[in-house]
Each structure stands twice: as structure tokens, then as C-alpha cells.
Design a protein around this ligand. Structure first.
Ligand code: HSE
Length: 346
């Protein structure tokens, strides 16, 4: 089966996805009978390419990695350059649009309009972009239903660690009563390094150097990144559309070396915990530092790693631990969504 893709956004995640396609395309053909063909790439900074016959992804990656733009991609008879993201979405002939532009937690743009345009044009959407999913999932799902398409967004929470699909597919028939976890790698990294004796600012600099932190690290440190992931989980797990103001949000900025040392002396650890709990008065959503005992499975989750515990009525507590970010990890989340889209699965 030939499945045509258009990539909107060719930064770290878009390139990570393209690299996986280059490496895995033969295996995907053999194992699943799927031939993913990228017919267009559009990036606001790097430029755009479209070819209905399919682009050579190795050459597109080489152009970007050597020159920083798509300008070095060789001319071919069917090649179109210069379309903007909306022309690319509407005119490239793609079956599915991969939305991988930057996350904007203020209003979700331009990702939100990209997703809307794609669904309205009868394309599926696969995205790892938290902005449009956190702020517009209910509307986007409705649009998808109206146009007979789908929107998949596994990578928007914990990148390639399959938390959304675990709940939707493997916990079908159970009732999730509560979910709590470590959803921000940067703040977990900072807390871990502070336990090891580093100061807050130095630990933050390291997190930035390793690429864990958002462009504006305030989103990580003050809990907004985890808050956004809770908005997505509330929709995905409970079908509840929470607003940012519905989530009590407190970050880790006020935690000092003394606090961390005191917790350690008590055999406990500080973790920035994001949680959603079903109560008789609705979903209670909260992001805040907690001092948790060593017996909690989340206590041992160190560094930039994420984890989520599902409290299930039938299956009990289930904790999944894994990467929450990364070029290849998030690229993989896009791939697994594309595969499941083609297979007609969740
Ligand atoms: N800045 C985020 C984190 C990246 O630290 O977890 C993934 O959303």
C-alpha cells in the first residue's frame, strides 16, 4: 500500500521522522506492506519542496543538515518549490499531513490551523505538537469525523513511549480512575541533579545543553509543559475538555537545596507530579512538586526520563516509564501513528 505524506515542519522532529523512514522503509514494506512516500516538505525557515512522485528524503536531509535549508535539493522534472504550509497541505496530494512545527502553548498556532486545514481538505493528521492537541483536540476530532479522516497524536505526551495507545488499546474495558506521573523531563533532570549537589541554575543549563528544555524553559520549570500534557490526557483518557485555568499548576522554581536534602534524610524525593483524578465533582487536575516515598514507582525515575501510573479499577496500578522527548523517540511516535493509521487501528 502506497501512503503519501506531507511534512509540515522540518526541524528536529520532522528530520528525526525522515531519518527513520530512510532507515526503515524496506522493513516497513516487508513487514506491513506499507510504502510511505513523502510528497512534500514545508518549513517556514528552511523552505519547501513538493513532488507528486515522492521526494528523495536522504537528499532533503543532506541539504538541510549541510546548508540549513532545502535549497540544495536537486531540481527534478516534477519538483515544485516555494509553497507555503497551507498550499502544501491542500495541493501536495498527501493522504496524511505530519504536523511537526514548534509547540506554541499560548494559542497552539500555527499548528492548530495546519491541523484544521488538513482535516478540512480530507487529509489525516499525525502530530506530536502539544499545542493544537492540548487546545483544540475536541474540535479537531469533530472535524476529522465530519471529513472521514483521523487525527493521531501519540507523540504529544511522552514522545515514543506509548502512553496514549496503552490506555486506548491495551486497557480497553477497564476504567482509569486516576493517572499521575512525571511528564516533564527538564524539571525531573533538574531535581535529580540537585539531589547530586548541583545548583538550580547549573542544572537548568545542563538540561538546556542536552536539549531537554523548551525554547522558553519557563514552560518546563513552572509546570506549563506538564499542564499541557494533562490537558491532552484529560481529553484522551476521560473525554473531558479542560482549560489551562482548570489545572492547579506550581513548578519547581521555589525548591532549594535544603528542601531536597531534608527530603533525602527522610528517605523521600521531590518529584514534579502531574495528576488527573476522577472525583464525584469531576476531574481534579494538578501539577505540583510532591515529596514521595521510595516505595512509589515514580521515585526511582531519574534524569530526563518520564513515567506515568494508571490507576485502573480492574487491572490495578500500571506504571509505564520511558523517554519523554528526543529526535528519534518523537520521530518514532509519528511513525507508529502512521502505521496504525494504515492498518485501521487505534
Ligand atoms: N521540554 C520537554 C521536557 C520536552 O522537558 O519534557 C518534551 O515535551
Amino acid at each position: 500500500m502506497r501512503h503519501k505524506l506531507a511534512l509540515i515542519g522540518f526541524g528536529t522532529v520532522g528530520q528525526g521522522f525522515a531519518e527513520i523512514l530512510v532507515q526503515q522503509s524496506e522493513a516497513l514494506g516487508n513487514q506491513y506492506g506499507i510504502d510511505f512516500v513523502v510528497v512534500a516538505i514545508a518549513d517556514a525557515v528552511k523552505g519547501s519542496l513538493a513532488d507528486p512522485e515522492g521526494l528523495n528524503l536522504s537528499l532533503a536531509l543532506e541539504s538541510v543538515q549541510v546548508k540549513g535549508t532545502l535549497a540544495e535539493y536537486p531540481d527534478t522534472p516534477g519538483l515544485v518549490r516555494g509553497w507555503d504550509s497551507f498550499q502544501t497541505i491542500r495541493q501536495s496530494g498527501a493522504d496524511t499531513v505530519i504536523e511537526a512545527t514548534f509547540t506554541n502553548i499560548a494559542d497552539g498556532q500555527p499548528g492548530l490551523d495546519h491541523c484544521r486545514a488538513a482535516l478540512e481538505a480530507g487529509k489525516n493528521v499525525v502530530t506530536s505538537n502539544k499545542g493544537p492537541v492540548a487546545l483544540g483536540l475536541a474540535d479537531l476530532r469533530e472535524l476529522a469525523q465530519d471529513h472521514g479522516t483521523r487525527i493521531l497524536y501519540e507523540g504529544s505526551v511522552m514522545s515514543g513511549t506509548p502512553v496514549l495507545r496503552l490506555a486506548a488499546a491495551s486497557l480497553a474495558g477497564d476504567e482509569i480512575e486516576m493517572v499521575r506521573g512525571i511528564l516533564n523531563g527538564t524539571s525531573n533532570y533538574i531535581l535529580t541533579r540537585m539531589e547530586e549537589g548541583l545548583g538550580f541554575e547549573d542544572a537548568l543549563s545542563e538540561a538546556q545543553k542536552f536539549g531537554y528544555a523548551e525554547a522558553d524553559p519557563t514552560n518546563d520549570i513552572d509546570g506549563y509543559d506538564a499542564q499541557f500534557k494533562l490537558l491532552i490526557l484529560a481529553q484522551a483518557l476521560f473525554g473531558v475538555e479542560l482549560k489551562k485555568k482548570d489545572v492547579f499548576t506550581l513548578g519547581i522554581r521555589h525548591i532549594g537545596a535544603d528542601d531536597i536534602a531534608r527530603a533525602r534524610r527522610d528517605n523521600r524525593r521531590y518529584k514534579l507530579i502531574a495528576s488527573l483524578e476522577k472525583t464525584s465533582s469531576g476531574i481534579v487536575a494538578r501539577v505540583a512538586p510532591e515529596i514521595i516515598p521510595l516505595t512509589d514507582p515514580l521515585t526511582g525515575v531519574s534524569g530526563a526520563v518520564n513515567a506515568l501510573t494508571y490507576r485502573c479499577r480492574l487491572a490495578g496500578d500500571i506504571t509505564i516509564v520511558g523517554p519523554g522527548a528526543g529526535r528519534t523517540e518523537t520521530g518514532y511516535a509519528l511513525l507508529v501513528d502512521c502505521i496504525n493509521l494504515c492498518r485501521g487501528q487505534i
